[in-house]
Design a protein around this ligand. Sequence first.
Ligand code: UT7
Length: 336
Amino acid sequence: MSVQTHIIGVGGYLPERILSNEELSTMVDTSDAWIRERTGITQRHIVSEGQQTSDLGAAAAQQALDDAGISIHDIDALLVATTTPDMIFPSTASIVQYKLGGKGFPAWDIQAVCSGFVYGLAQADGMMRSGMFKRVLLIGAESMSRIVDWTDRNTCVLFGDGSGAVVLEAVATDSKEGGVIGSVLHCDGSYRHLLMAEHRYGGNAPGEKVDFRVDAAGVAAIEMKGNEVFRMAVKKLGEVVGEVLEKHGIKQSDVDWLIPHQANIRILKATAKKMKMPEEYMALTVDQHANTSAASVPLALNHLYRQGKFKTGNILLLEAFAGGFAWGANLVRWSK
Ligand code: UT7
């Protein structure tokens, strides 16, 4: 029996605390005008003390489960795309599973930074088509504020926290039309140094006493060569969008909704322009919550979904560019 992967539930969550450009301007040498003009961002959401990436993920996931009208006990695999896990191990996915009251089914993390959700959708789709899983909970969740250097104006204005989730279901192709059409993924590690958060492990050597009170997570901070990342993002996103359309025989003009990773409004607009896509058919949320890395694509999807924008049969194009560099795109025929 041939099956296709359908999105049957969508959810999103943003932490309560909002950090506006104005407030940020009191912390580093920047201004609301500069941030808006160069990035399109007006505010970002920040996790509260004690709130973990798994808490954000669980909140979005529960909304997606409710939206699908099913419970965690109906799920048979759980994936969390994150670059800010609660801890080195166990996986954030296993913690989310526990927090949602699930047990027994496999759960693991995906690390492709801002492309994590696009990678995750491709991975889940492949496994579901092979018959391995019937229902998968796919989550993108991030606490980027925890790995930002809040004294570096080049990067700290760009990121925010949040989560988005989808429930995926494998459905026989002869019983329902639509679902994930296909994906294209790429990575080129020769660019790894242009966007990274180097995590310096404790350097524990055999025989050494380790001070477990030292918080290892505190030493990683985002470093980025903004200009170079910008140029490559525009170039590679333009290419990958063309590639995924060509691979699946779909014309640019057939795409109803563009759901891009939300990093910088200028990058988003460049891709829309390349596709000759009117901007009102592009998800735009970067103004409200800045770059939420792996949470950004599902949050953008959730944003349009909650407004009732998608009609059955609509073609959605999801795309992202990330540290690595890792980038990719998915095509989905809306069927919910
Ligand atoms: O998630 C995927 C990965 N991330 C991205 O896709 C981000 C890609 N890069 C970008 O979005 C942009 O390159 C930035 C928003 C990071 C920077 O914009 P830009 O137009 O490339 O600015 P720039 O780096 O060329 O900097 C222009 C000036 C510099 O001053 P000088 O050297 O010209 O005097 C910066 O020091 O703007 C200065 N600047 C700031 N000024 C006020 C940099 N950050 C700030 C700031 N506020 N926050």
